[in-house]
Design a protein around this ligand. Structure first.
Ligand code: NAP
Length: 307
């Protein structure tokens, strides 16, 4: 029987692990299928306080894990595949094995959103990617396309100009969600070409199992055209990882956990932290802050229950 099981090992989960470990609760962290969370997919993080020259995302998240382990947190590879929050102790199925715990901190984050084209799904890993940091290297001197109009798309497009001969940024509107500074940076980058009011309709070439080009449609004029592309990066946001809690943990229509104040979900003893609930800020530092809050809530809950 565990005091605390933390689902997810990004900033939120690791910070919750540091706090609950230092409270002597011996937390168990289930790493999840994207261990380390979003930070493990980024390069330089310049806005996490305490690092005046920035720090690499994977280093930052690894440091957090080491810090938690130093105080007694345990980490388990694998994912939670099923949960039973209907009775105490709560039960979690981790890769086929049921575990019992008095409290749960859900820090399962959010995963990349895809366009949903069949050709896109078939070509993931063969020229289609959701992670410029992971896959940009493969497109040295090649033609790259990025889809999206938010900060992620701007960041990825800028980053990919390190590798590609050209980067085309495709956005479905001519207004951008991206912050002004990120948009201006992308606009100033001579290697980035903007294509607005456009949607990608198809990615070639599934029969060759490699990306060779795309078919685009201008959403205002209806004009359709094709363009050669070697690397296709989708940067259109994220989907919260709450499917396994469906019917137990209350979420909004998009799947983000509904807060019951503090870090509390609708089930006493089950807490949330990070992007799994946060559709607004989604920063490493806010996820860490949320992990701290969830840990303190869990500590107080256990104390009130006499543990
Ligand atoms: P986002 O802000 O939600 O932007 C998603 C973009 O994808 C939007 O432009 C949206 O278009 C487009 N999109 C969504 N679904 C689409 C579809 N099916 N087909 C085509 N386009 C689609 O997501 P994000 O860029 O990942 O950013 C998320 C949060 O993280 C934001 O708060 C952002 O500021 C933050 N962030 C910060 C940094 C940084 O500061 N370094 C870096 C990355 C992200 P519409 O605009 O038309 O809806």
């Amino acid at each position: 029987m565990r005091n605390v099981i933390i689902i997810g090992s990004g900033c939120a989960g690791n910070t919750a692990a540091i706090y609950t470990a230092r409270a002597n609760l011996k937390p168990l962290v289930i790493g999840g299928h994207e261990a380390g969370g979003q930070l493990s997919l980024t390069t330089l993080v310049e806005n996490f306080p305490g690092f005046p020259e920035g720090i690499n995302g994977p280093d930052l998240v690894e440091n957090m894990k080491k810090q938690a382990e130093y105080f007694g947190a345990e980490y388990l590879h694998g994912s939670v595949t099923d949960t039973d929050f209907s009775a105490r102790p709560f039960r979690l199925n981790v890769e086929g094995e049921w575990m019992e715990t008095r409290t749960v901190i859900i820090a399962s984050g959010a995963s990349a959103r895809w366009l949903g084209l069949e050709s896109e799904q078939r070509l993931i890993g063969h020229g289609v990617s959701s992670c410029a940091t992971c896959d940009g290297f493969f497109y040295r001197g090649k033609k790259i396309m990025v889809v999206g109009g938010g900060d992620s798309a701007m960041e990825e497009a800028n980053f990919l100009t390190r590798f590609g001969s050209e980067v085309t940024l495709v956005h479905r509107r001519d207004e951008f969600r991206a912050s002004k500074i990120m948009l201006d940076r992308a606009r100033r980058n001579p290697k980035i070409q903007f294509v607005t009011n456009a949607a990608v309709e198809h990615i070639f070439d599934v029969s060759q199992n490699v990306v060779t080009g795309v078919r685009l449609r201008n959403l205002k004029t209806g004009e359709v055209w094709e363009r050669d592309v070697d690397g296709f990066f989708v940067a259109i946001g994220h989907i919260p990882n709450t499917k396994i809690f469906k019917g137990q943990i209350e979420t909004d229509p998009d799947g983000y956990i509904l807060s019951k104040g503090g870090a509390r979900t609708n089930i006493p003893g089950v807490f949330y932290a990070g992007d799994v609930q946060d559709r607004v800020y989604k920063q490493a530092i806010t996820a860490s802050g949320a992990g701290c809050m969830a840990a303190i809530e869990a500590e107080r809950y256990l104390e009130a229950e006499g543990h």
